[in-house]
Design a protein around this ligand. Structure first.
Ligand code: ATP
Ligand code: ZN
Length: 396
């Protein structure tokens, strides 16, 4: 057994605007990989392997890494990043990563990779953010929904989710209904260091997953219907699950997180107009939060084979904008929310039509609640006296 570090020169140089995208996908290339780093100038890739990796694994991993680079980078065109708002210069008092202090104070405790319990201070802060988002939803007369945590594989298939985001899926299974099987599981199953020792054959086929997003549930509920109204607005908060492999770190990137969404259905011009009104109202709300951030065009984290085409499409049609909060301790930014327009994608794939027979267009405004709290605490620290007055007062 060896402890290996691979240094790979990519066959095609990785342009600097793609280094983050490629790096995040390298985590999924091989089970022997612990983590992967792409140099900021894209000239080199460093792969850290598990101590169990043997030398024979190297050639396979190098070939796969080169394949990923080729698929994602070859012929890629740098998207024009459109910046709609820039408040990154907003003065904030803290420059420290709050994670250690949150852990020390019991405000955050880690149950497993990407799974955290949040304590009273963070919970109250999130409740305050939620109050503001629900007020925004009320402005749109959004009707409230409660969506399930499980999501149907049948519907995810209808919207091509397995092709676009296979790497981040989390599956639900149960023991096959077979007395011997269940008895054997009950007698012999134990935690084995990194998982259960159960035989994979004892589990059922996959019928459901745990949900990766909120708005999908509303579209699934409306599948194969002709709507009675030309526009609808809903809001919901829900737990979402995205497996982020070795990219799971601090509260920045979770396996289990919470999203609040305001969701619009109607004709394309209606959805785009509501998304824009939402963005403008959010500018005032984010000012009250005192958040240093910018809003810029973005793309979803499509998997390797789908990335180039889909990301270019999203960028060309300005389908996604992200609210990227500054993290002063690292000089980087973190997406805490997004303004999305899906055109008639869900309308066509799920056969949902407006009263005039045309497929619905959809859009959503989505906030990642844990990330927003983490970005806020990175900028303001844990001492509430340092926080903006509107946040302190709003939390009471
Ligand atoms: P779309 O409508 O395009 O499918 P969406 O509604 O799924 O988008 P995203 O933009 O994918 O929304 O995610 C919304 C927000 O959820 C992100 O801006 C981020 O704050 C949060 N988020 C996403 N992934 C994670 C994660 N792994 N950990 C924590 N928060 C996350
Ligand atoms: Zn959404």
């Amino acid at each position: 057994m060896t402890d290996l570090v691979l240094e790979i020169t990519p066959g095609i140089p990785i342009p600097s605007f793609m280094t983050g995208e490629v790096q995040s996908k390298l985590a999924y290339v091989d089970e022997q990989i612990v983590s992967a780093k792409v140099a900021p100038d894209g000239s080199q890739i460093i792969i850290y392997l598990k101590p169990t990796a043997v030398e024979d694994d190297q050639a396979r991993i190098i070939a796969r890494v080169q394949d990923v680079v080729a698929l994602m980078v070859k012929g890629v065109i740098q998207p024009k990043v459109q910046i709609l708002e820039d408040y990154q210069d907003r003065p904030v008092p803290s420059k420290v990563d709050p994670m250690q202090e949150l852990l020390d104070k019991g405000e955050v405790s880690m149950e497993g990779r990407g799974i955290y319990t949040l304590g009273p201070l963070v919970t109250r802060l999130i409740d305050y953010f939620e109050k503001c988002f629900v007020e925004l939803a009320d402005f749109f007369s959004a009707v409230p929904y409660r969506f399930p945590t499980l999501i149907s594989a049948k519907y995810l298939d209808r919207v091509n989710y397995f092709r676009a985001f296979p790497h981040s899926l989390s599956f639900v299974t149960h023991l096959r209904e077979d007395l011997d099987n269940i008895d054997h599981f009950a007698q012999s199953t134990h935690w084995e260091g990194d998982g259960l020792n159960a035989n994979p054959d004892s589990f059922s086929r996959i019928e459901n997953l745990i949900s990766p997003a909120v708005c999908y549930h509303w579209y699934f509920a409306l599948a194969d219907q002709k709507l009675k109204s030309d526009h609808l607005v809903a809001t919901a908060v829900g737990t979402c699950f995205r497996y982020e492999s070795s990219n799971l770190t601090t509260l920045e990137r979770l396996w289990n997180f919470t999203m609040r969404e305001i969701i619009f259905i109607g004709h394309g011009d209606y959805v785009l107009e509501q998304r824009e009104i939402g963005r403008q109202r959010m500018t005032k709300i984010l000012e009250e939060f005192g958040l240093a951030y910018r809003v810029e065009s973005a793309n979803d984290p499509f998997f390797v084979g789908e990335f180039r085409k889909q990301a270019a499409f999203q960028s060309a049609f300005q389908l996604k904008y992200e609210i990227r909060a500054s993290l002063p301790f690292s000089g980087k930014t973190l997406a805490v929310g997004s303004y999305n327009y899906h055109q008639d994608f869900f309308g066509r794939n799920l056969n949902i039509n407006l009263p005039d027979g045309s497929p619905i267009h959809t859009g959503c405004i989505a906030f990642g609640l844990e990330r927003l709290a983490y970005a806020f605490l990175s900028q303001y620290g844990l001492d509430i006296k340092q926080w903006p007055a509107a946040v302190r007062e709003g939390m009471q």
